[in-house]
Write a protein that binds this ligand. Structure first.
Ligand SMILES: Nc1ncnc2c1ncn2[C@@H]1O[C@H](COP(=O)(O)OP(=O)(O)O)[C@@H](O)[C@H]1O
Ligand code: SF4
Ligand SMILES: [Mg+2]
Length: 299
């Protein structure tokens, strides 16, 4: 059974005269105990989806089911706060600068467990070992830590209450290459050791191939392709997935919202294979079991 799934999730923002459809009918599902990835270039709605799952952002419409319960309902908000955690992109903005590492972890631990400081030390030391940090960071403030160390603290904080789902929103994109690959190795090990359910968000398809078992590709608020990551990476169906795979980030030039067509395929202005019917709508094609794309090339 899926741990979480969304149905027709829509989040629209008003920008002066126009409406930005950050999520435009998103259906995703997260299987328990694996890493699922969400990929797409900047501005396609990845963080909005994470924030909506966490209920920091109200959807205009659509449903989110977590452990079979509708978490849009206020009576189920405790399920979200107890079971869904996020690690943000920028580690330097993620920890309170006035708190030591111990204080940050103790505060998170205290949300669901009433515990004296002395008792909490056992759990906090255990989590430091899990994220491969030495005990000597315990009484340091964020400005006394490196970006990699802070991100390890944030990962530890997301795991300390045994949350069922951890969302990793581009957790390595503000780190240098060496630190980033160490963090990726840590996440792989934690996932395997503890069978955590991760939602890993990134624009980098190579990274997604390495870390995830299933993935969703998103373009301007819509899922355009999904499937087992090996299939999506090695046999991409949608022209946008092929572009993401081949282009470096510098080559990817997202369009201003004003150039996204109101109807039909949002990728049409950038697609060299577009057809007349793409202005009207797109069809869903399942190429292999569980691997599908929304594109008229496969009619
Ligand atoms: N709070 C907000 N208010 C208005 N517009 C927003 C807000 N959050 C995101 N957006 C817009 O929604 C779109 C998707 O943003 P975001 O989810 O941050 O994308 P990503 O994480 O993929 O880069 C962008 O056009 C962004 O400007
Ligand atoms: S639906 Fe048409 S325009 Fe859109 S990606 Fe497929 S071929 Fe290109
Ligand atoms: Mg983002």
């Amino acid at each position: 059974m899926n741990l979480l799934h969304t149905q027709g999730l829509k989040v629209y923002f008003r920008h002066k005269e126009k409406t930005v459809k950050a999520l435009d009918g998103v259906d995703i599902f997260l299987a328990k105990g694996i890493t699922t990835a969400l990929a797409g270039e900047s501005g396609c709605g990845k963080t909005t989806l994470a924030r909506t799952i966490l209920r920091f952002q109200e959807p205009c419409s659509g449903k989110i089911y977590f452990q079979g319960k509708d978490i849009a309902l206020n009576q189920n908000l405790y399920l979200v706060r107890k079971n869904i955690q996020i690690v943000f992109q920028n580690p330097f903005l993620s920890l309170d600068p006035r708190y030591t590492v111990f204080a940050s972890l103790y505060e998170t631990l205290g949300v669901f467990k009433r515990m004296k400081k002395r008792e909490s030390k056992f759990f906090i030391n255990q989590i430091l070992r899990d994220v491969e940090l030495n005990e000597d960071v315990l009484y340091r403030y964020p400005h006394q830590l490196s970006g990699g160390q802070i991100q390890r603290v944030c990962i530890g904080r997301s795991l300390i209450n045994h949350s069922a789902l951890v969302i990793l929103d581009e957790p390595t994109s503000s780190l240098d290459i060496t630190t980033s690959s160490k963090i990726i190795r840590l996440l792989e090990r934690l996932q395997q050791d503890k069978a955590i359910t991760f939602l890993f968000i990134s624009h980098n398809l190579k990274l997604i191939k390495r870390i995830s078992q299933f993935c969703f590709i998103m373009y301007y608020g819509k899922i355009v392709e999904a499937g087992p990551t090996d299939l999506v990476y090695n046999k991409p169906l949608h022209p946008y997935t092929k572009l993401l795979k081949e282009a470096s980030l510098l080559q990817l030039k997202s369009l201003p919202d004003s150039e996204i067509p109101e109807a039909g395929c949002a990728f049409l202005p950038r697609c060299s294979q577009r057809r007349a019917e793409c202005k009207k709508g797109v069809i869903k094609k399942e190429a292999e079991a569980g691997h599908f794309a929304f594109c008229n090339l496969y009619k």
